[in-house]
Design a binder for this molecule. Structure first.
Ligand SMILES: [Zn+2]
Length: 259
């Protein structure tokens, strides 16, 4: 049984394929999804969706990529919804230094406010971090965040991976590891302890290598594609397919406090 630790299940491109898509997930052994949030306007849709199935798990948060869609009162709303709906995590939240530097200070202030919400609610984090792992690690240490979480689509180095592991975080392995070009990332995921890794698709984003090869760079990724990520890990690592499937699922359940 596999757990897609990062799937934007509420996205219209995925919901348009329902109910067949969930059947395809189950057929491919994908039995759990974590649904990360992006902007306040979609929270209710995600909350409603998470109540339709016991294995569709809700996270709530404000994504750093969408600063222009966040308003000052959204943080207070988030705090209220967290108390009311008891999500399994706060996310996705983080810092994105791929965006212009002008937005970094505002991103950081939003992250710090959400770290406090997570701390109060004793919830793990779903982190989105691009080009600034050292900065995020510093903030997590300063804020004494020790409830862990998942660094979604991890693309950092071995030292940063170690830093996250020390704070109780797992590292999301997704579509980018399926790309033949991702040599550095593949080497890293071959060597890191299996106990640190969780699987994800980031669907409908991050199409897998086989979709890109077919000339579909803009193709819709699906949670039912999660076994492709597992297949690549199997070629990279010494453990068996069954062992990698079992351990990555256990890692996800542990970090989300399900076990
Ligand atoms: Zn995401």
């Amino acid at each position: 049984m596999l757990f897609d630790s990062h799937c934007h299940w509420d996205h219209p491109d995925l919901q348009a394929q329902q109910p067949g898509l969930w059947q395809a997930c189950v057929q491919n052994d994908v039995h759990d999804l974590l649904i990360p949030a992006t902007v306040a306007a979609n929270w209710q849709r995600q909350i409603d969706l998470s109540k339709l199935h016991p294995h569709w798990h809700l996270a709530l948060g404000l994504h750093p990529y969408f600063m222009d869609q966040h308003a000052v009162d959204h943080v207070a709303q988030l705090q209220q919804l967290v108390a009311e709906h008891k999500p399994v995590a706060i996310g996705e939240i983080g810092l994105d230094w791929h965006l212009p530097e002008a937005s970094w200070a505002e991103q950081e202030s939003l992250l710090l406010q959400q770290l406090q919400i997570a701390k109060q609610a004793k919830l793990p984090l779903i982190l989105h971090v691009r080009k600034c792992h050292d900065r995020v690690l510093k903030l997590l240490r300063q804020q004494q965040i020790n409830g862990g979480g998942i660094v979604h689509a991890f693309g950092g180095n071995a030292q940063q991976a170690q830093g996250y592991a020390e704070l109780g975080f797992k590292l999301g392995v997704g579509g980018s590891v399926t790309y033949d070009r991702a040599k550095k990332l593949r080497r890293l995921f071959a060597e890191l302890p299996l106990e640190w890794l969780v699987l994800e698709t980031d669907a409908p984003y991050m199409p897998m290598q086989h979709q890109r090869r077919d000339g579909q760079a803009q193709a819709v990724n699906k949670p039912s594609h999660l076994p492709y990520v597992l297949d690549v890990l199997v070629t990279l690592r010494r453990e068996s397919r069954a062992e990698i499937a079992r351990q990555t699922r256990t890692n996800t359940l542990q970090v989300l406090n399900f076990i």
